[in-house]
Design a binder for this molecule. Sequence first.
Ligand SMILES: Nc1nc2c(ncn2[C@@H]2O[C@H](COP(=O)(O)OP(=O)(O)OP(=O)(O)O)[C@@H](O)[C@H]2O)c(=O)[nH]1
Ligand SMILES: [Mg+2]
Length: 784
Amino acid sequence: MVFVGCPVSPYLTTKQPDNLSKKTKQPDRTGFGDGIMASGCGSDEQELNLRGCSLIRSLPLKYLCKFVLSPSPPPKLRAIPHFHSFFSDRLLPKSFSQRRSSSENFHYSSIKCRLARAKRPPSPSPDTLIREPHKYFDQVIITVRSGDGGHGAILNEGKDSLLEFHKKRRYNAKRGGNVDAMGVLTSQLHDGFAAPTLRIPVPLGTVVKHKRGKFLADLANPGDEILVARGGQGGISLLEMPEYRRKQIMALTTNVMRDDSDKVLVLGQPGEEFSLELILRVVADVGLVGLPNAGKSTLLAAITLAKPDIADYPFTTLMPNLGRLDGDPSLGAGKYSSEATLADLPGLIEGAHLGKGLGRNFLRHLRRTRLLVHVVDAAAEDPVNDYRTVKEELRMYNPDYLERPSIVVLNKIDIPEARDRLPSLTREIIGIGSNGVPSQPKTSFGDAVQSLSAEGELASALSSGASDKDRMVKEIEEYPCPLAVVGVSVLKGIRIKEMLEEIRAALRKCQDSNEALELTTRPEEASRVVRPCWHEVGNLYSTFSPHFQTYLFEKSAKMLKSAIGFREKKQEIIRKPSKASSRKGCMRGKGGPENASCTYKGVRQRTWGKWVAEIREPNGGARLWLGTFDTSREAAFAYDAAARKLYGLDAKINLPEFSLHSSTDTQVAHINMEKKMQIQQNSGASSSDSPSSGGGSDESVMCDNELAISLPTGDFESQNKERVGDDEVATDGIWENLNVNLPDFDDSSMWAEAMATVDFHQAVGDPGNFAGNFEDGKGCEAMQ
Ligand SMILES: Nc1nc2c(ncn2[C@@H]2O[C@H](COP(=O)(O)OP(=O)(O)OP(=O)(O)O)[C@@H](O)[C@H]2O)c(=O)[nH]1
Ligand SMILES: [Mg+2]
């Protein structure tokens, strides 16, 4: 038997599938060339889709049996060269070939063999494709994927401690996005992406302060938040602009940089960084206080769902535990609920108010409570004394604590000794404290103040007039006695119900009394939203329409001005022409008393009398600070020396008689001489006797003089090639190269003076002023 097929596709012979397994019912077309169709005749006609030699070899035998052999192959097949050997040797399974060769009786019969419709040859694989960029610029296939949905979670209640902040102490918000110069052109193009706000969750009741400084907020209510660090002002995108406008912008901020193509970039401003002090004062209605081991945590666990650590040793509790007390079910729905939050505090010991046993840290948490529950170990050696100790510590820390309503829980009455002395203990404890009408506080001098009958009057007197000292002299007995004393065993569950009733009743009683509750403020800032806006500006190229460029420029300039605190001025004022005739520009009449009469270029007097010198680099470059001097002449010399270096022999200088042909050394010597003469004049005739001043040696002169200027001898400009438009950077470079021994640059004072003396509003609209507010109206470059 012979199966007939025709490998018409070149692909069929060159790319045979090698992974076709029995499991493959429908072979993947990939990798296969189109095959041929072979049909048997008559009723057994069967079409087989042959897809390659391997496929043929793997076909089951039953298909191959459906063809009737005939003595000779049909004419069509006969036309195929080596037909017989091809199909028998190459396509048929070996077993068939062998069988054929072993039998001479093979015939070809009624075989229709038609070539399948030859399909298009497959397109070349992507690997073989030589990409020509110009052919693909307008067509591409990309894959996009939307973000997965976030997982839900089982949420815990809010944080109740600041512990985690000890592990992680630094929190950095993300940086704003740069403006993408190649981004899609929109009106918001120059804004970049604002970084997401970093929100740091803290427990309710956290007080936020600057480290050793300003109080910021008391986050006492759910949802409170405070803006602690403002995001840096985003950079501003500037387009190509006229030279004079660029000067305006650059004069407004030193944070301007020029790139290679001379576009101007305004950088984003840095964000703020602060060290914050977070102090947690738990927000609780009821504070459980007592000596260590009294059973405070056991009580909390007994009446709430809290699970505090309980153990038979002191200081088991080191951090406050909070628990929620259910409302009173007997009151019914819709009525006043006595739900409350209970805070189980660490045990207090004698000296706690001084910090002993971290007592002050624990006492702090009572500030927001409105009811105190004293837990006393009734089985202890002297329970009454224990009670007094705790009260004393409260009084010493904050006497107001003793003014608050309180309940005494005599615990551990399951122990027989405790149970036996319960009545006497109750009597004694009730006796400690005034019953209803508080006694009058004594002054620090021991005098009794005017009698006050009502509790409210006393409280207001205390809060308004009486000092802490006055209140401190009150004895413990003079503070209100407890509202109730209850004997319980929280461990065994004895009289728990009675205790709860007393606590709820006390809560109701003090519900409206906010005297003991510290009122918390919610600053305006709390509602503010952090808007990080650090952008670094990309370069916007001039592919934009002129109209849009103008729009962007106007908007950018506006943003820039508002960012650095300039008020918009009326248009007519901004456009006020500069007075070119004014020698001092906008500095005229300002500065020190002799400033107006000083005619030296680049020299001005500060309000406090010192003289300063500055010079502008050629071609409207940065202004270089030359130092502070005692006299205008010294400043003029400094200016001349710098001018010589910057502008060469043609420089206009203040004192040509000294520096036209003289070297720098000559100038220095002259300054030294002048200074020396001044010292001599000041010190009078006696100075002539002084060996240091009278000797006249060069060495002594140099020692006296701190203003020696030594300018570099090399090419000044080439040494400052790295300047990128930032005045400060450029100035630093200059100073390194100048090797100048001058007084320290008083940055703050200079800016303070600048603020007081420079009319920026005028200068904003006046490029001339900016170019030369220190020089002639037309600036230094014009002068040269
Ligand atoms: N017999 C008896 N033991 C109690 C009772 N209440 C508490 N205790 C035990 O007293 C010990 C101290 O209990 P805590 O609840 O840890 O006491 P605490 O006041 O929280 O102690 P500190 O956290 O150290 O301040 C534990 O061994 C409790 O089992 C009680 O009603 N009866
Ligand atoms: Mg405890």
